[in-house]
Design a protein around this ligand. Structure first.
Ligand code: FAD
Length: 548
């Protein structure tokens, strides 16, 4: 970390402040002399837009002072003036030079698997990464194949392939997870090393955008390979070999791959994402402990970005420091359901996100510039196994498939998404022509009535919420706003339960991780989970290795 510093947080300055104003504000806030400041670094910048006519930029800064001890003592009671935390990452283990055990295996090259493999490789374990999809450049072509030509490759698409589900996304990199060890910082630092823009280290709500994600994922692969890791693309794990132990326990001994090969393996991180439905089925069939978990279901909603900017920033709409505005809204309905915005993408587009034939799924993405015409967001309703898909650990998957199939039919059975104008949705009639909002979803939107592909309680809940959101974000419930369906892959419908040692509750050697296992939601939290699981696995390998 270098010299000791203090962290000054929650320092608000006017939107139009100049470069020198920041130092002046620090001097005034801390009551120090200009000569006392040896170094000043922004660690975080967000904005406070509660008053549209007086938007403020809110900073956290690391300040190196000549008289730091005296200042810290003077502000001992002030929670916004604290010693700078040590956010540096320390490896928990190193592979012994003579390590002769089986190499750890990581299934899935999404953010969880990538960070798990990277950290394992950095610790000297030479992981094998098994990925069902293609390397990211080839995968990009297949993904665009669905968007441009309505041709789906079920093994290479938005969900499957190097980089995982978030590769064609807005690349939002924030999360509400508790992170006392600052593992999120380790993730962001690795992303910057791999080519992500440096501002992700300081922006309060950082994002990368899809193009940079692609090159970043390739750069991480290069690092892992240089450290002795090995990738196997277009290789799906089809089955798990599990031995019954004498004491009654179960232990993973290897993987059956789609190439026909059997890969002996004793320590496997399973970072397969929320769409690996066939893999969940195999795990269940092999007796691995799996349970149903809640997720959410709904639509994507699109507004012109300028409407959201005006609603959020008023006269400051379009200000380049603020960038395109985002929103996060929720409403508790009379029927007990909660409607909320999900994965909001400013200046982006709605994308076709199915991985299965004959089904339609929506999601959103943006470029780093977030310069496209529309803002889009999921608008989803919470669902639970107890209320909505009771009785079987995998019932959530059947529930998702049902509505994805209905959406495929309602869209015309050609991968167009069914869509409806908000006014018609509220009035309960099918739409027949677009108004002021032209949706961005490719290969196209078929106007219809969304009741054809969503459960009644979802329709009722969204109907109740829209006028409420219209009061919070003026223009939100304009009758020409377009909604497309269905948004089903909000998170995993299952949890592959693990114990405190990060291994499956009933199968030693299997480490369920990331979003698919139900332990993360989003790129950053999946990557952080990957590190935590890699650490647990490494510690286990080191201790196994010590056993004579
Ligand atoms: P995944 O990224 O899903 O990776 C799992 C990998 O495992 C896949 O590559 C898959 O091919 C592979 N796999 C599956 N089964 C097998 C098998 N049997 N054998 C071998 N390989 C297998 N999150 C954000 O935080 N910010 C965003 O802006 C954002 N936007 C998104 C936009 C879109 C279009 C989508 C689809 C998702 C978005 N998300 C976003 C969510 C984010 O992508 C996920 O939370 C994250 O990718 C989960 O990471 P993961 O590594 O756990 O799983």
């Amino acid at each position: 970390m270098g010299a000791a510093m203090l962290r000054l947080s929650d320092l608000a300055l006017p939107l139009d402040h100049g470069p020198a104003d920041l130092e002046q504000a620090v001097i005034a806030r801390l009551g120090v002399e200009p000569g006392d400041i040896e170094r000043l670094a922004v660690v975080r910048r967000g904005n406070d837009a509660r008053r549209k006519t007086a938007i403020k930029l809110v900073y956290s800064l690391d300040v190196q002072l000549r008289n730091e001890a005296e200042v810290l003592a003077r502000f001992a009671e002030d929670q916004h003036v604290r010693p700078t935390p040590d956010t540096s990452y320390r490896f928990v283990a190193r592979a012994p030079e003579d390590y002769a055990g089986l190499r750890p295996v990581v299934i899935g090259a999404g953010p969880c698997g990538l960070l798990a493999a990277l950290v394992l490789a950095q610790m000297g374990f030479r992981p094998i990464i098994i990925e069902r999809g293609k390397a990211v450049r080839e995968r990009t072509k297949d993904t665009w194949g669905l968007w441009r030509r309505s041709v789906l490759d079920p093994e290479s698409n938005v969900q499957f392939g190097e980089g995982g589900a978030g590769t064609f996304s807005d690349g939002k990199l924030y999360s509400r997870i508790k992170d006392p060890r600052h593992l999120g910082r380790k993730v962001l630092t690795e992303f910057v090393k791999a080519g992500a823009p440096e501002d992700i280290l300081t922006e309060a709500h950082p994002h990368i955008g899809t193009f940079r994600l692609v090159t970043m994922v390739m750069s991480i692969r290069e690092t892992i390979e240089k450290l002795g890791g090995e990738y196997r693309f277009q290789t799906r794990v089809e089955d798990f070999e599990i031995e019954q132990e004498a004491g009654g326990g179960r232990r993973l001994t290897g993987l059956h791959l789609s190439t026909g090969e059997f890969l002996p393996a004793s320590h496997v991180i399973m970072a397969v994402g929320h769409s690996a439905r066939d893999t969940f089925q195999v795990l269940y069939d092999r007796g691995v402990h799996v349970e149903a978990k809640p997720f959410a279901l709904g639509v994507r909603i699109e507004h012109p970005q300028s409407w959201i900017d005006n609603a959020r920033y008023g006269p400051n709409a379009g200000n380049s420091i603020l960038g395109p505005a985002a929103y996060s809204i929720s409403h508790k309905c009379a029927n007990g359901r909660v409607v909320y915005s999900f994965c909001m993408c400013p200046g982006g587009r709605v994308v076709a996100a199915t991985s299965e034939e004959g089904r339609v799924v929506t999601n959103g993405m943006s470029q780093y510039s977030r310069a496209e015409f529309n803002a889009n967001s999921g608008l989803v309703v919470d669902i639970t196994p107890e209320r909505d898909y009771p009785g079987h650990p995998l019932a959530g998957i059947a529930f998702q498939r049902k509505f994805e199939e209905l959406a495929f039919k309602a869209g015309g059975a050609n991968y167009k998404a069914p869509g409806q104008k908000l006014g018609d949705f509220l009035a309960g009639r099918a739409s027949s022509e677009f108004g002021a909002v032209i949706p961005s979803y490719q290969p196209g939107v078929h106007l219809t009535d969304l009741r054809e592909c969503l459960p009644d309680f979802v329709i009722d809940a969204i109907r109740e919420a829209l006028p409420v959101f219209g009061r919070q974000v003026p223009g939100y419930d304009h009758s020409d706003v377009v909604m497309t369906g269905v948004e089903t892959r909000t998170s995993s419908p299952v949890r592959i339960t693990r114990g405190r040692d990060f291994q499956s509750l009933n199968t030693c050697g299997l480490y369920p991780a990331g979003e698919g296992a139900g332990y993360a939601g989003g790129i950053l939290s999946a990557a952080v989970d990957g590190i935590r699981v890699a650490e647990a696995l490494a510690l286990e390998l080191v201790s196994c290795d010590r056993v004579p």
